[in-house]
Design a protein around this ligand. Structure first.
Ligand SMILES: C[S@@+](CC[C@H](N)C(=O)[O-])C[C@H]1O[C@@H](n2cnc3c(N)ncnc32)[C@H](O)[C@@H]1O
Length: 221
């Protein structure tokens, strides 16, 4: 193992936990793992099914907003720790519920989503570009991203390794922790990214029910 994870103390929240049945999150967690670890985890059939699923969910996606759901993302950006400024790519941005803290942290944000119906409901904002694209094939040149932010969004390790700047960060947030459908534990997040990025260092913690992991390439001095 060449990665090191620093676990920071969790921050408690008084928010009640939503009651979820494992049937609601375990199947998508298995898909998340396959996409991250298997070279054949993502293909045309799966892409179409995922796109249809989220296009269908778009009209009610706003019900998943609110201050509490932003807190794990805000915490990751603060305690990651992450430098301020630069270009962030927000993967699977949905209807933009998680975009505001990114605009506070970075100079410019590109929010990418596969589902046109989600993007159609995303507010247009200054210093923000919305792009309909597959995160497995980002319309970006190599090394362009100072940060890649996945809030409840899949990891495509090879593609993120291609577009990430040498000193860039990958931020993986699951707003309902291990009951989030698109979730992986920090150990899996770093294991799949290490295969693409080489030796990495990571920081991980939790805010309320949400969990987060921030990863960067190890700098050898
Ligand atoms: C669970 S939602 C999260 C939305 C938003 N980040 C949030 O937390 O409110 C996952 C989003 O990822 C998008 N998505 C799934 N696969 C994708 C891919 N390969 N490329 C880009 N977006 C994708 C879906 O369309 C959906 O909008």
């Amino acid at each position: 193992m060449t990665h090191a994870i620093t676990y920071l103390d969790a921050i408690a929240s008084s928010a009640e936990r939503e009651v979820r049945s494992p049937d609601d999150y375990l199947p998508m967690q298995a898909v998340t793992h396959e996409i991250a670890f298997q070279s054949n985890g993502w293909g045309a059939d799966r892409r179409q099914k995922i796109q249809e699923l989220f296009d269908g969910l778009a009209p009610e996606w706003h019900t998943r907003g609110g201050e509490e759901r932003l807190k794990p993302t805000v915490d990751a950006l603060e305690r990651g720790p992450l430098p301020t400024g630069g270009i962030a790519i927000e993967i699977g941005s949905g209807t933009g519920l998680q975009t505001p803290p990114l605009l506070e942290k970075f100079d410019f944000v590109v929010s990418v989503d596969l589902a046109a119906e989600m993007l159609a409901l995303s507010p247009r904002r200054d210093r923000l570009e919305l792009a309909r694209a597959d995160a497995a094939e980002l319309p970006l040149s190599a090394g362009r991203a100072d940060a890649i932010v996945c809030v409840n969004a899949f990891l495509f390790p090879m593609e993120y390794g291609r577009v990430l700047a040498p000193d860039g960060r990958i931020i993986f947030v699951s707003t309902s922790g291990d009951q989030t459908p698109i979730y992986m534990p920090p150990e899996d997040v770093v294991a799949c990214l290490e295969a693409a990025l080489g030796p990495i260092d990571a920081t991980s913690s939790a805010y309320g029910w949400g969990t987060w992991t921030v990863v960067m390439r190890r700098t050898e001095w």
